[in-house]
Ligand binder design. Sequence first.
Ligand code: SF4
Ligand code: SF4
Length: 447
Amino acid sequence: MGKLSFRKGLLPIDGLDFAAGRTLVQERVLEIYSPREVLVPMLQHIGTPAVPCVAEGADVSIGQLIGRPSSRISLPVHATISGTVTAIETVTLSNGVRTEAVHIRSDNKRRYHASVARRANPERLSPKELSLLLLRSGIAGMGGEGYPAYAKCVRAVGNGVTRLYVNGLSSEPHLSCDLHLIHEQADRVISGALALGSCCQVREIFFCIQDSFQPEIAILRSALDRIRPMYPDRHLEMLVFRSRFPQGYERLLIRATTGVELEDSQLPENTVASVVYNVSTCAAFWDMVERNLPSVSRIITISDDKASVKNVLVPFGTLLSDLLERTPGVQTAHRIVVGGALTGASVNRLDIPITKQTQGIALIKEEHPVRTPCIHCGACVEACPVGLLPYVCNRLIELSDFRALAAESIDRCISCGACSYVCPAGIELSARIVRAAHSMPRKEPET
Ligand code: SF4
Ligand code: SF4
């Protein structure tokens, strides 16, 4: 089969200098970070926040429940380090959302809760037992979207999906946390995907990866060849995509694999009988299945615009200030971005906790280019993966012509940042279009 892709977007050769010739994925050393304290937010997902169920002064250990779900679209929250609860306070997340958080001071012992223990024969669990584990795991989609993994599974079963796509595609050149997992722990990713496949009652599982990551392709292929004979009733296949950003977006993955262009209000589950889980989500679920360890930490990528990268295993609730304390170059960074360099949110405070949705931290050292008026070069149009005309949208935003903006379908913008990246005039197209799109009335997603 030829390489899958979509039209437009950014190829590494398009001048994406931090992607060309980079050695990002070659950085395989995984640091494990042990913070002195954590501030664990009750809301780290799409939905309603959990309610704290521990009191000040309580002794807690890793994996212990500290927040109970408050609705069907809510998630349990667990202690991410061992130590003492010192306060329940309000915290502001990188996206500006304010939520309750449990402050834990570390005892430096990394004690696990008694419930965290290796399970005998995890591969023999029934779909019902696996679904219950998914519900209790507290996993939110770790590709950045943050939708509760269990709620997605319920929707998948309700719609009778037949395929699961494991998304190992990059939305941004800098973020290598998922590739790190494929390179170092492919078996864990595949085992988690098989378990998710059982929960969602699908037999066909497709592992999606980009063609520029040849070592990871070889590792994944060999792991699949080894594991496939153990599951004769499943179809396990690797799909290779052309390296192009932002291929990792769910809608672009679905377009490349099925040819179907999802509307803003459509979901893969109810439109193309498919469900998509990210690589990190699969690995996190295997921890729950194999040793009853809920979602307490994740790998995030710390990078800068000179392609210096490291992947760090970070407990949720770790403060940015703590994490970056020993990272060279923080003081000289022009901007600190939570998420990817192209699409993340710039922050001006460091008392922000890492959450289940944080894929990376980018330290931007170069100054913004000098902004000039639009020179009508068309680069933003060529880059936009969903076919918008960003320079036209920008002009309509300046004119506050919201009727015309609606006609341009700016609600299709996926906030990928490609237009801003290529604009030689230095216009922050993406931020302006995303802001305008959010202020427009939205269609309710179909269920
Ligand atoms: S308009 Fe939106 S979808 Fe298109 S390139 Fe810009 S940020 Fe990406
Ligand atoms: S890339 Fe920038 S300068 Fe070129 S058409 Fe788009 S907005 Fe104008």
